[in-house]
Design a protein around this ligand. Structure first.
Ligand SMILES: [Zn+2]
Length: 182
């Protein structure tokens, strides 16, 4: 155990944070979340055994692993991801209080999607739900009402098994992942 690299140990901590107890909120976690949530352009992030990488548009930045469990713990917002491996939810607007000398900050309404695969955790943050659903059908998003409709998707022409219903009423085809008006 003691000769394991610390990054591997921390990835186990990340997996534990997907369904475990809330973690203590540290100044480092608050700073990392501010980078991820404050920008209106959103971001993509990936956590693997190699660490936490965040893309703000073009380039990715690698951050130290110790903040990753706290980031996951905050973004899952109490939802147990041990069985529900995909989560899409709205967060904010919210104020994050000062912690350990790191000042309070705030973020507007954000849509956060977490996809947990065997090798990594993908995090996508956007200001609108439709931007998240436009990212593709590779993984189902749980926790959203779905309806069975006998109508073909205007994008792919298929009649999908189900349509997912977004909060604005638009329908996401579960065959191709694109949305259309109701
Ligand atoms: Zn379709």
């Amino acid at each position: 155990m003691s000769d394991e690299p610390s990054s591997a140990t921390s990835y186990q901590d990340v997996l534990a944070a997907l369904h475990g107890e809330p973690l203590p909120f540290t100044p480092g976690t608050s700073k990392m979340l501010r980078f991820m949530l404050e920008r209106e352009q959103g971001c993509d992030a990936e956590i693997t055994t190699a660490g936490l990488t965040v893309w703000y548009g073009e380039g990715g930045s690698r951050y130290s692993m110790p903040v990753a469990p706290g980031v996951v713990s905050f973004l899952r917002a109490g939802v147990d991801l041990s069985e529900r491996r995909h989560l899409s939810q709205r967060m904010g607007p919210a104020i994050v209080p000062e912690v350990g000398g790191f000042p309070a900050w705030g973020f507007g309404s954000r849509h956060v999607r977490l996809d947990v695969t065997d090798e990594k955790i993908l995090i996508r943050i956007r200001t609108s739900e439709s931007e998240l659903s436009a990212l593709g059908p590779e993984v189902p998003i749980e926790g959203r009402p779905a309806v069975i409709l006998d109508r073909a998707c205007p994008h792919c022409g298929q009649v999908p098994e189900r349509y997912r219903v977004l909060s604005d009423g638009s329908l996401v085809c579960l065959a191709c992942g694109r949305s259309s008006s109701p």
